[in-house]
Design a protein around this ligand. Sequence first.
Ligand code: DAK
Length: 254
Amino acid sequence: MTIKIEKNGRVIIATLNRPKALNALNSEVMHELALHLKKFDSDDDIGCFVIKGSERVFAAGADIKEMGNKSFSDMTREDFFSGWSDFTALKTPKIASVSGYAYGGGCELAMMCDIILAGESATFSQPEIKLGVIPGIGGTQRLSHLVGKSKAMEMILTGRIINAFEAEKMGLVSRVYSDTDLFKETLSTAHTIASYGKAAVIAAKECVDRSMEMSLAEGILFERRVFHSLFATQDQKEGMQAFIEKRSPIFSNQ
Ligand code: DAK
């Protein structure tokens, strides 16, 4: 198996497990990751996913050995790597916990997650240009949205490696921790998210995701309607009642 799955309270931790290939992302990783996480996606007892690699490497990219000899017609016929959409379609929030190399598809996998937390050793790059190709799992699109055109262009056209602090400064990464604290802090963030009502968490994630694709006016209307819909949930009643009664809410995911 290319992925290790562990449950930690209401959090599922998926660890990429191809150490000899520096966690290079092949078709097996793509299928196994989506398949295993899908099982927990509608589970009320699970509120957040964490995706991590090893201390040395998050993922060194798409598997060059798997795709190197493919022809144009192979790539088209297989619609190569389109299966990553099963991973991005998961409704449960995903945190990428990045230590070491996140190159090519590894950087793209981190960007497919909702939050990127990094250890001081993390480095990010889109080096595909050096291989005669371009990012192919959303990198040209997501990086531009996250960091803006000029920074995305510079990374994608030069293949330059950036460190965790530069990634944080440009908005690719939300927080940088020492390598020793990274996992503990990632779990703490994941448990915070998982402690809230799942309907509100999914709604918030959907609204932010839509903001990447909609006009501002459409996005604001979408957000307002989703906000209204949460008044059909018991968690909204409980959350607001608990505030008034000065106690902690007990969410039931209803
Ligand atoms: N794929 C396959 N194997 C890889 C790999 C990768 N991306 N990265 C490393 N490995 C393998 C190495 O071949 C080596 O295997 P053996 O020789 O031991 O059999 C083993 O992992 C250890 O690697 P190194 O010996 O190179 O380790 P170092 O510590 O010296 O260097 C490194 C670490 C991360 C700096 C280096 O391995 C490296 O530069 N790796 C390649 C990074 C890279 O270029 N990543 C981008 C890959 S392309 C698409 C279009 C494009 C794409 C996808 C889809 N479509 C249109 C659908 C492209 C995406 C990419 O990600």
